[in-house]
Design a binder for this molecule. Sequence first.
Ligand SMILES: Cc1ncc(COP(=O)(O)O)c(C=O)c1O
Length: 388
Amino acid sequence: MASDPLDWIDDKLATLERSGLRRRLATRLGPQRVLLEPRDERPLVNFGSNDYLGLAAQRLGTAVRRSLDQTGWGSGASPLVTGRGEWHARLERELAVFEGTAAALLFPSGFAANFSTLAALIGPRDAVFGDARNHASILDGCRLSGARWFTYPHGDAAALSRQLEQSPGFRRRLIVTDTLFSMDGDLAPLAELAELAERFGAMLMVDEAHATGVFGAGGRGVCEASGVERAVHVRVGTLSKALGSIGGFVVGEARLIEWLANRARAYVFSTASPEAAAAAGLEALKVVQEEPQRRQGLLQRAAELRQRLQDQGWSTGESVSQIVPVIVGRASAAVETAAALRRRGLLVPAIRPPSVPRGRALLRISLSSAHTPQQIEQLVAAFRELRA
Ligand SMILES: Cc1ncc(COP(=O)(O)O)c(C=O)c1O
């Protein structure tokens, strides 16, 4: 009898198991917040969430319930057909006002926004230049575009400059980078990238997924904090991290947004998110604008945490943000450390390849403005014990 065509998966899973890379699905009980209730375990303090401003569980839930009475749930079709409702349109207007751009476009997720925007802007006659640690959604967009793809070493603007110098003759060129790197918590050299984009006549696209709501005096992200907003042609963000909801967005010139509405595949061929998600996004934008103390306090406590961990002898890499990596090297060391923290009532995810380069596994601490000082003390004390 012929073997089952899916048998290869058993071998692959066994290989993942042996190298400490097999992931298992976890289910929590109750809402996603700083204290989690896993199944069959005592509560864990959650240092694994991207809900950096602590908005997801309560504040936005109230906004969603209000909008549900008006809009119901599913959107039923892609935005170009019948899926785009008044709440979507309102959020797009508010996002454009917040970001100081002419227009904005909502996508089902940040992942969808990145990969389909890239494929709409460049094609096989073009070249794309990306940081080696860009998010998977950017890598997939580069692949999907069919453009010639140059990767420059992480944060290395000089290497990018050489690549641009040596690659004339393409129809269009586009530089793309995360602004705040999601695993290392460090920042792209945006001022240098903006200067290179201008010098070489390239488009500059950035992904502010982890920075929107956290960085910049107005909470608009690292472009704002670095003073380069005007020099960036395509700004991608997500509602699903500090803004506590779900859905991606792109902001920029009106012609860019109109082109994406016509050509970005995840916009054209995917159902619009529920309007209630847009209602949550609107509420989150209000909080970001009215309560700057949330992000200011968050970055302050992140700086303090990094210092205390470094004083204990841990490496927090180049982090300057609310994402604090504790770099341990081997994947198995990361898994063991995460398990030891879990036994102490703390959830800190072990990040292993392919999310980080081989030999650079880490514990990724995500701070939220909702963590209490006691919870942070508990974390610091646990790391001190593990060091002893
Ligand atoms: C840098 C970056 N960009 C984009 C995304 C995707 O955003 P979303 O979760 O909204 O799909 C993520 C999510 O992890 C991310 O880390």
